[in-house]
Design a protein around this ligand. Sequence first.
Ligand code: CTP
Length: 401
Amino acid sequence: MLEGKKIILGITGSIAAYKSAYLLRLLVKEKAEVQVLMTKAAKEFITPVTMSALSGKPVLGEFFESNDGTWHSHVDLGLWADLMLIAPASANTMGKMASGICDNLLLTTYLSAKCPLFIAPAMDLDMFRHPANQASMKKLQEYGATIIEPATGELASGLSGKGRMEEPEQIVEKIREFLESKEEKPLKGKKVLVTAGPTYEKLDPVRFIGNYSSGKMGFAIAEEAARKGAEVILVAGPVKENTEHRQIERIDVESAAEMKDACEKIFPDVDIAVMAAAVADYTPEKTTENKMKRTGDSLVLELVPTTDIAAMLGNMKRDDQLLIGFALETSDARKNAAYKLKRKNLDFIILNSLEDEGAGFMVDTNKITIIDRENKIEEFPLKSKQEVAADIVDRLIKYLK
Ligand code: CTP
C-alpha cells in the first residue's frame, strides 16, 4: 500500500505516455496522492484531461496559468513530494536533467525536489543505447536517481530491442518496495494473530444467527501491524473487507467454532494476538439439515454457549506473549471492560462504548479507551478506524518493550 504517500508523476514526450494513465490508476488504487506534471511534448501523446480525471487533481505543466496568472511553485512541489517518478522519461528530458537545464515545470521541480527520484526511460533501442543517452543516465544515477531499466521487446518503431518502458505493475512494485523499506518496522520479526468480523451460527441451510460487525477495525489493525513489519495471520469471519498486503495471511472462517479451532492452532506460534472479532456467545444446539418450516406456532431455539476464544488464549498465554481484547459495551462500560480484562487474562483491553456516537459497528470511525492490567486508562478522541489502528499498534509496540 502507498497510502498517504505523495508522489509526483512526471510524464514526458514518448509514445509510452499512454501507459502512464494505467500507471497513475495503479498508484491511485494503492491510495497514493499523485500530482501529475506533463511536458508540452507529453500532451501530444496523452491528454491532461485523462490524467487529471484519474488523479483527481489538475495536471500541471506550465509555470503560470495563462488565464489567471497563477504561479505554480516548483519549490513547493518539490518539497511536498515523498517521491518523484518520471515515466516515461524521454532521452531529451534525461539529457536536460543531467546537465541542469530547466526550461519547463517538470525540470525545475526535479532540480528543487529533495525526495527520491525514480526514472523509467522509454525510447527506441538506438536512442537508448546512444552514448549520449547512456551518459545522461549514468550521471542521473550518480546524482542519486534510480533508473527503472526499460524492458526488451517490440517497440513502437516496429524494431525490437531494449527501450520499452517497464510495465506499470513492475514500476509500482519497485516504488512500493522502496518506500516500504524506508518505513520504520518496529514489529519486524514478530508474528501477530488478529481476529476480525462477525461469526455466523448456522440454524439451517439458509439461516444463521449473526451480528453487524463489518470487520473494518480488525482489518485496519492487521494492515497497520503488517505495515510496521509484522507477519500477520488474519482470521476473518464472513466480511466484505479485503486486504492485499503481502504480509497478511488470511484465513476465512464462518462460525465461532471454526474461529476457535483456527486460533487455538495459530496462537502458540505468535507473539501477539488481537481479538477484534465479534464472536457469537451462543450457537444453536443443533443445525437442521433441511430448511425449518413455518408452523404457525411460536418457535423456541435452544442455544448453547460457544467457547470464549479470548479467555481460552488467556489460559494458554506464555509470559512472552501479548493478548489484547476488545470490549463492546452499552452500559457501565469501564467497569465491564476492566472485569473482562481480568477474566480473560488480557494485557490490555480496548473499550468501544456504544454510548459514544461514531463508535462501534458498521461505521468508519471509532472512539476507544485503552485499559491495562494496572488499571491505567487512556482515552482517545473519535478517529478513523485506520488512525485508531495506528494508536492500538503503537500501544502494542510499547507493551512489547
Ligand atoms: N471474544 C472471544 N470469543 C467469544 C466472545 C468474545 O474471543 N466467544 C472476545 C472478543 O473478540 C473481544 C472480547 O472477547 O476481544 C470481548 O468480547 P465481548 O463481546 O465484548 O465480550 P463477551 O465476553 O462476549 O461478554 P458480553 O457479551 O457478555 O459483554
